[in-house]
Ligand binder design. Structure first.
Ligand code: SF4
Length: 445
């Protein structure tokens, strides 16, 4: 658990010497608690206090980096149990299991499909993060051949999953520069894999049957100099796994129990696509740092990525689009002008309906700090004056020959005032975006 400003203050010299740039030790302590300043700024802190403060300032859940630039992700470093308490920092990584029992052609084809799994949603690109090659065959040559294919074809980060340390060492020689995650199989020697992680400088996932065993292995690994660890529990029952994941998160965040302060990993067990999706989404919501699924269909992957995007969205910063004029279709000087807020979901919903209407139109987005129409109106971020100002400054006046603007039906109350302050004739559009198609088709210049 992070130390409060007062906890930190108790460990400082309390001389108020100002050498740190702050007027008092208390002010410095408060800034340190908010991570606005580093401990280095105080040259007078005792070695004992420094140890205590440095260990308390470590993130309660270790940040783990897998891969290298271009195919890299980070997990961990989380600070809260629930997103509304602050925000989740690093979206869980989503990857695919590739068995080395597949032929080279099958693996290549699957990887090519995975490489195409990129989607754009509310102005953001969402995509999976890694491919996990598993030594299911038990044969070294098959595993190395599969790893070579993945190394050559995949555009994502790599995880290597197996039991035999000799095979894993050979696989690491093939792709060590991609900084793969090595996943210690259930029959593997964790000591041997810790040595491999240390020798090759890669992160590792430990496989454990219980939380006690997990704490023992992470402590051993840390003592050996391996600290980028992911916890992979061998428990298969979903309810039990979620219970363990919650316990691990609580122990790290609330008790500052370092041996469990690492991201957790989950492999889906379900085979039916609907059940597998439900299982994977459960892991997204309940604390998995890495999720490995079997299904690579676009229809399966997209909703999973959407669930992750929504859960990891900062609740204090709505997804926004740039506040400006958007042209939908081949607009002319007679095209309709619709005004809305710059909340991404609002904009993309309106844009999709305008596109569907096949009536080329302008959408003028007001800067509402990313709030939706009614919220922005209630917060006075979407007022008649603000819309009038946007119409004036956005350049829309030079793009159309008319002066007619349509506002969302939910803020019809603004129409009179907007006409008065903007000089535009105001029409009230539908309350719901679904009504835009019919509205535009009957719109007249
Ligand atoms: Fe206090 Fe250290 Fe800052 Fe001096 S430098 S005021 S002792 S925190």
């Amino acid at each position: 658990m992070a130390l409060s400003g007062l906890d930190i203050y108790k460990l400082l010299p309390k001389t108020n010497c100002k050498d740190c740039g702050f007027a008092t030790c208390l002010a410095f302590a408060m800034a340190l608690a908010q991570k606005k300043v580093s401990l280095e700024k105080c040259p007078h802190v005792s070695a004992q206090a420094r140890d205590a403060l440095e260990s308390a300032s470590q993130p309660p859940i270790k940040l783990v980096t897998v891969g290298v630039q271009g195919a890299k992700f980070e997990v961990g470093n989380e600070t809260v149990m629930y997103r509304h308490e602050q925000k989740f920092h690093h979206p869980c990584a989503i990857g695919f299991l590739i068995d080395d029992t597949l032929s080279k052609e099958e693996i290549s084809k699957t990887l090519e499909n995975i490489n195409e799994l990129r989607f754009e949603r509310v102005g953001q690109v969402i995509r999976p993060d890694l491919v996990c090659v598993k030594n299911t065959s038990g044969y070294r040559n098959k595993f190395l051949a599969a790893v070579s294919t993945v190394e050559a074809v995949s555009k994502l980060a790599i995880a290597l999953y197996g039991d035999d340390e000799g095979t894993m060492a050979e696989a690491l020689k093939l792709c060590r520069e991609k900084r793969p995650l090595i996943v210690c199989g259930e029959k593997a020697s964790s000591t041997a894999f810790i040595n491999l992680a240390k020798e090759f400088g890669v992160p590792m996932a430990i496989s454990c049957a219980s939380l006690e065993e997990t704490a023992e292995i992470t402590t051993t690994a840390k003592a050996a100099g391996v600290d980028e660890i992911v916890i992979n529990l061998s428990e298969k029952r979903l309810s039990k796994r979620i219970q363990y994941f919650t316990y691990i998160r609580r122990s790290a965040l609330k008790k500052n129990f370092r041996p469990l302060g690492y991201p957790v990993m989950a492999f889906t067990e379900e085979s039916d696509p609907v059940l597998e999706l439900a299982e994977a989404v459960t892991y997204v919501t309940k604390y998995a740092g890495i999720i490995i699924v079997k299904n690579t269909d676009r229809d399966f992957v997209y909703p999973l990525l959407v669930a992750r995007q929504d859960i990891y969205q900062d609740p204090q910063k709505p997804v926004q689009v740039e506040a400006k004029v958007y042209e939908i279709g081949k607009v002319t000087r007679q095209s309709p002008v619709l005004v809305t807020t710059n909340f991404s979901i609002t904009y993309f919903t309106v844009a999709a309906e305008v596109e569907a209407s096949k009536v080329p139109s302008y959408i003028v987005c007001c800067d509402s700090e990313g709030m939706s129409v009614l919220t922005a109106w209630a917060a006075e971020k979407f007022t008649a004056e603000k819309i009038a100002d946007t119409l004036k400054k956005s350049g829309i006046e030079g793009k159309v020959s008319h002066r007619k603007v349509t506002i969302p039906g939910y803020v019809s109350v603004l129409s009179g005032k907007l006409e008065e302050v903007s000089g535009w004739k105001v029409s009230v559009g539908p309350r719901e975006a679904s009504g835009i198609t019919n509205y535009l088709r009957s719109w007249k210049d």
